[in-house]
Design a protein around this ligand. Structure first.
Ligand SMILES: Nc1ncnc2c1ncn2[C@@H]1O[C@H](COP(=O)(O)OP(=O)(O)OP(=O)(O)O)[C@@H](O)[C@H]1O
Ligand SMILES: [Mg+2]
Length: 331
């Protein structure tokens, strides 16, 4: 494995006391693409947000452990987080261009960092728009509002904007999930080119995208890292049964729900008892979706179900009060 760029040591994170990440320790190599995969709600975005401490903006969050970037612990309160964030570009799920022209979207960051001369800014704008494959498409309308671009073009613009401040690390959270297939392909091609110069961490629930892009893979499952390794090894011969199941396509998007129960208004352990009864009425391998609004159930029901040998496929918050737990009956 090449030189480590981001070292994650024993990281735990809790939302209002509910665990979202459990004892994650992993080394992310320099100038490689690392994909974080796993079913919805498993903690992928949480882990990514820990890496630039954007997690601090979430109400009720607590976290512990260490994340070392270039040997600085970014969780240490003494570390200058603004400085750390300068090393990182973030590409979000949906493109978020600034409400200004195409040109200004790219020039904005470098200008803040002290580059004032128009000629220098022109060079930067052309360089980064070219790098993301957008220059030819927009060079005649640089002063038009960025909002007039197609969604796929906006996403490439956001990538260019992130790169223009010369980060070392690019963090992407489902960067193509809002894009059409052609635009997604464009972004993927750019990421593959960029990995020669940047350390890239990409969250994706698209296993095929991870196969196309990743050098290393982290598989999260209910907040735990159940597998990590070189992509070819993980995809060809996963060590963990849950990774094998995920890769083979038995993940939530494809799962047929056989029964739904709504246990809202019930506390633990009653909701657990209802889930057990519901599973009893199902065949082996069938799935139960249960809806709960008791915060304790969110951790206790999956724990109890797993202790009974069932497989918890996902735990996901649906709205401010309700959570959905999908359980596959052992078989
Ligand atoms: N702001 C929040 N407040 C409370 N719980 C949260 C919050 N954000 C996330 N969670 C919960 O923490 C767990 C991990 O969430 P996270 O967003 O990291 O998952 P994810 O793997 O990125 O899922 P997805 O694929 O749906 O984006 C989930 O159970 C989620 O419901
Ligand atoms: Mg997410």
């Amino acid at each position: 494995m090449s030189e480590t760029h981001i070292q994650i040591d024993n990281v735990n994170a809790y939302y209002s006391g509910h665990p979202a990440l459990k004892n994650i320790s992993v080394k992310i190599p320099k100038k490689q693409i690392t994909a974080i995969i796993g079913p919805s709600g498993c903690g992928k975005s949480t882990l990514l947000k820990c890496m630039n401490r954007l997690i601090d903006l979430t109400d009720g969050i607590t976290y512990s452990g260490k994340i070392l970037i270039d040997n600085e612990d970014i969780f240490d309160r003494k570390t200058d987080i603004i400085n750390i964030r300068k090393k990182m570009g973030l590409l979000a799920q949906k493109p978020t261009p600034l409400p200004m022209s195409i040109y200004e979207n790219i020039a904005y960051g470098p200008r803040i960092h002290g580059i004032k001369k128009k000629a220098d800014l022109d060079t930067i704008v052309e360089k980064y728009l070219t790098l993301v494959g957008l220059w030819e498409e927009v060079k005649d309308r640089l002063n038009s509002p960025a909002s007039q671009l197609s969604v796929g073009q906006q996403q490439r613009l956001c990538l260019a904007r992130g790169l223009a401040v010369e980060p070392e690390i690019i963090l992407c959270d489902e960067p193509t999930s809002a894009l059409d297939p052609i635009s997604s392909q464009h972004i993927e091609q750019q990421l593959l080119k960029l990995k020669n110069e940047y350390t890239i961490v990409i969250v994706t629930h698209n296993i095929h995208q991870a196969m196309r892009l990743a050098d290393y893979v982290i598989h999260l499952y209910l907040g735990e890292m159940v597998e990590h390794g070189p992509a070819d090894e993980v995809f060809e011969n996963p060590k963990d049964e849950r990774t094998r199941a995920y890769i083979n396509g038995t993940f939530l998007a494809d799962v047929k729900i056989d029964k739904v129960i709504d246990t809202k208004g019930n506390q633990c352990p009653y909701n657990f008892v209802y889930a057990k009864q519901a599973l009893h009425s199902l065949e082996k391998g069938q799935t139960l979706k249960m809806i709960v609004d008791d915060p304790t159930a969110v951790t206790e029901v999956p724990r109890g179900m797993e202790a009974d040998g069932h497989v918890v496929l996902s735990v996901k918050q649906k709205n401010i009060t309700d959570w959905e737990i999908v359980i596959k009956k052992k078989g």
